[in-house]
Design a protein around this ligand. Structure first.
Ligand SMILES: [Zn+2]
Length: 252
C-alpha cells in the first residue's frame, strides 16, 4: 500500500518543504472550497484513502519534554531543550490539527506538569504526561533534544516503547522519513527504550520519543534554533503519524 503522503493530492510530493503556512493554507483552501474539481483518479484516490484511514482515528498525544523549572538539556550557549521541544511540538500539533486529527498537547506553554513537593515533582510531572494516554486508543509522541560529551554526535534518534508492538512501526516511519527528507546521512537505528525512559516504560499505547538532534553539536544546535528547521522537524513527525495511521499500522 502506498503511503498517503506520497500519493495525496493535498501534499503532492511532500510539499511540507514549503512553509507550514503554505501547507495549512493549501489544506484550508481545499477543505473550504465549495466546488473542488477532481479528476477521476483523484476521486478514486479519496475513496481509497477513506478506506485506508477508516475511523475511528486514534487521538494523538503530543508531549513537549520538560518545561518550567525543568529546562532539560542545556546547550553551551544557554539554549534550553524545553524551549525547542515546545516549538517543534506546536508545529506537530498545528499541522495534525489542520489535517483534522484529534490531537492534544501535554503542555502548550513553559510549565512543569506538577507542583507541590520538590522531591517528587519530576516523577509526578512524568506520570501526568503518561496519564494523557488513559483510556487508550491514542498515540503518544514525546519530543526531546539530545546532548552528549562528544560534540561530533548528531542526528535524530527515535526510541520506542516495548509495551505495544505498534510503537516500533511508528518509530521506523519517523526514522525513515527523517532520513529521506532531512538527514540523508543519518544512520541511527531506532532503539527499544528501557526503564530509563519513564514515559515509554509506562505507556501502554503506541509510544515513541524523538530526540530531534544534539544540542552538544555546534552545527546542529544552530539548525535546531531556527524556526525553519523546527518546522521541518515538526512536519516530518506529523506526516509520519499520518503515514502510520494511513497504513493501518495503528490498528491492532
Ligand atoms: Zn529531554
Amino acid at each position: 500500500m502506498k503511503k498517503i503522503s506520497e500519493k495525496s493530492i493535498f501534499f503532492g510530493s511532500y510539499s511540507f518543504f514549503l512553509s507550514m503556512a503554505a501547507v495549512i493554507a493549501a489544506v484550508a483552501v481545499i477543505v473550504s472550497s465549495p466546488v473542488v474539481r477532481m479528476t477521476k483518479e483523484e476521486t478514486a484516490y479519496l475513496a481509497d484513502s477513506e478506506a485506508q484511514v477508516s475511523a475511528p482515528y486514534p487521538k494523538i498525544i503530543i508531549d513537549a519534554g520538560h518545561g518550567g523549572e525543568d529546562g532539560g538539556a542545556k546547550a553551551a550557549d544557554g539554549t534550553l531543550e524545553k524551549d525547542i521541544n515546545l516549538n517543534i511540538a506546536k508545529y506537530v500539533y498545528t499541522l495534525l490539527n489542520a489535517l483534522g486529527c484529534d490531537c492534544v498537547m501535554t503542555r502548550d506553554s513553559d510549565v512543569m506538569l506538577s507542583d507541590g513537593e520538590a522531591r517528587s515533582r519530576k516523577l509526578r510531572d512524568l506520570k501526568n504526561r503518561v496519564a494523557f494516554t488513559d483510556g487508550g486508543d491514542c498515540v503518544f509522541i514525546s519530543i526531546h533534544q539530545n546532548k552528549f560529551p562528544q560534540k561530533s554526535c548528531s542526528g535524530t534518534q527515535v526510541y520506542y516503547s516495548k509495551n505495544d508492538t505498534r510503537s516500533e512501526k511508528l518509530a521506523a516511519v519517523i526514522r525513515e522519513n527523517t532520513q529521506a527528507y532531512l538527514q540523508k546521512n543519518n544512520t541511527r537505528q531506532i532503539k527499544r527504550a528501557g526503564s530509563e525512559i519513564f514515559v515509554l516504560d509506562r505507556c501502554t499505547v503506541p509510544a515513541v520519543l524523538v530526540e530531534c538532534g544534539f544540542l552538544s553539536n555546534p552545527a546542529e544546535l544552530e539548525l535546531l534554533k531556527t524556526e525553519e528547521y523546527q518546522k521541518k522537524l515538526g512536519c516530518t513527525i506529523a506526516l509520519s503519524v499520518v503515514d502510520f495511521i494511513a497504513d493501518g499500522s495503528n490498528k491492532n
